[in-house]
Design a protein around this ligand. Structure first.
Ligand SMILES: Nc1ncnc2c1ncn2[C@@H]1O[C@H](COP(=O)(O)OP(=O)(O)OP(=O)(O)O)[C@@H](O)[C@H]1O
Ligand SMILES: [Mg+2]
Length: 380
């Protein structure tokens, strides 16, 4: 029904692209619901009335909006239906927000418009780099069965205010014509206009035009935004997002599950995943994915299945960069005897002598000897 409203709306405004895109979308929905004959009829109408030259392979023929100066595309199309990614790991409280948003988004377009719920439905994700904001955007688009268009806002802001406004309009015009999830990445870029233009008035105008566009986009549009610098966003922008989610560093359990998901084809045991989960305290999901990719590459290069002995130095190496990792960073650059002491002190049951032998790739007897040696753990 909501598609029908959009199609009529597009027709009355003589917006052929909008009519075509939403008709194709409706046909797809009808087909999914088993209404094959109706879907077929709609597609036939589309085909018979195609007066312009269009790419025949595209499901929804559409041209991407471009920067008014450089003519580079302002958005990137991510085909989420073709992606097969390991699951997203979130806390229960975070999932609650995501699930609520997804279920509201599914019914949003069909709720009768009583005036209170106008404008696009919007969701703001914020948190440190690598904690899964972009990943979650793909998850949401996939759940909604919609195409994902990613606009990097820093690319849209030009040093010419006029071009910036044109770009914002082009972006929202595009989103209004197309059933999609529009993902505004690097969203804090709109707050940086202040620095570039010196003048507060200009920032206000850009921000206001943004908010207005968001409101006129209409009820069926879904807008996601992500930022690492939520403190840069002003209160009006912040308030415009009804749903907001703080992404955080993964917990021990989540890290363990990520290792298990990301290392999938490799042969590690549940105990190994528990160890890796503990050793990677302070890592982001992105760090764990990176470490896993290195291990998989190693397998390809050497033809030998890597184990804990290969994983450990990669984890220690990455830990030096992970800000939240106090434990793992003291491991970095230490002598073996000091490492044995650090691990034993952390958790004697998890880090048994046999486990440490596996990690360091030495014999149990050696670990035993190292653990007896008065370590330099209290030094430096
Ligand atoms: N919570 C998570 N669950 C599952 N995978 C994750 C999670 N966080 C990160 N990842 C993995 O790390 C990759 C990179 O994360 P992503 O690009 O989503 O981070 P981001 O928060 O968007 O970072 P940035 O702020 O730098 O854009 C993801 O594609 C995914 O494979
Ligand atoms: Mg991102």
């Amino acid at each position: 029904m909501s598609e029908l409203v959009r199609i009529v709306n597009g027709a009355l405004r003589l917006d052929v692209d909008k009519v075509r895109n939403y008709t194709a979308f409706l046909a797809q929905k009808l087909e999914a619901a088993g209404e094959l004959a109706a879907a077929e009829r709609l597609r036939k109408v589309l085909e018979e009335n195609d007066h312009q030259l269009r790419p025949t392979d595209a499901r929804f023929p559409r041209a991407l909006p471009v920067d008014s100066e450089s003519r580079f595309p302002l958005v990137e199309h991510i085909k989420v239906s073709k992606l097969h990614e390991p699951p997203v790991q979130l806390t229960q409280a975070q999932w609650d927000v995501v699930h609520e948003f997804v279920s509201v988004a599914k019914s949003h377009g069909s709720i009768a418009d009583n005036g209170e719920l106008s404008g696009a439905l919007s969701f703001l994700m914020y948190g440190p780099p690598g904690t899964g904001k972009s990943r979650l955007a793909r998850y949401i688009a996939h759940e909604l069965g919609l195409e994902l268009y990613v606009a990097r806002l820093d690319g849209l802001i030009s040093s010419f205010l006029g071009s910036t406004s044109k770009n914002i309009r082009a972006l929202f015009d595009f989103a209004a014509k197309t059933p999609c999830v529009l993902f505004l990445d690097e969203f804090d870029a709109i707050a940086k206009v202040r620095g570039d233009h010196q003048e507060m008035g200009e920032l206000k105008r850009v921000v206001n035009s943004f908010l207005q566009n968001l409101d006129t986009l209409g009820r069926q549009s879904i807008v996601l935004a992500a930022t690492n610098h939520e403190n840069l966003l002003d209160a009006a922008v912040w308030r415009r997002f009804t749903y907001r989610l703080a992404l955080t560093l993964p917990t021990g359990d989540q890290r363990q599950r990520m290792w298990s998901d990301f290392l999938k084809p490799l042969e590690f045991s549940e105990r190994d995943f528990a160890l890796l989960g503990d050793l990677s305290e302070g890592f982001t999901g992105s760090d764990i994915r990176e470490a896993s990719a290195r291990l998989r590459r190693k397998q390809v290069a050497t033809g030998v299945a890597p184990g804990l002995k290969e994983a450990f130095p990669i984890v220690v190496n990455l830990a030096t960069d992970a800000e939240g990792s106090r434990f793992a960073s003291i491991l970095a650059g230490k002598e073996s005897s000091a490492m044995v002491h650090v691990l034993r002190e952390r958790d004697e049951r998890l880090y048994s002598l046999a486990v440490i032998a596996d990690l360091l790739g030495v014999s149990k007897a050696t670990v035993h000897r190292l653990s007896k040696k008065e370590g330099d753990e209290h030094g430096d």
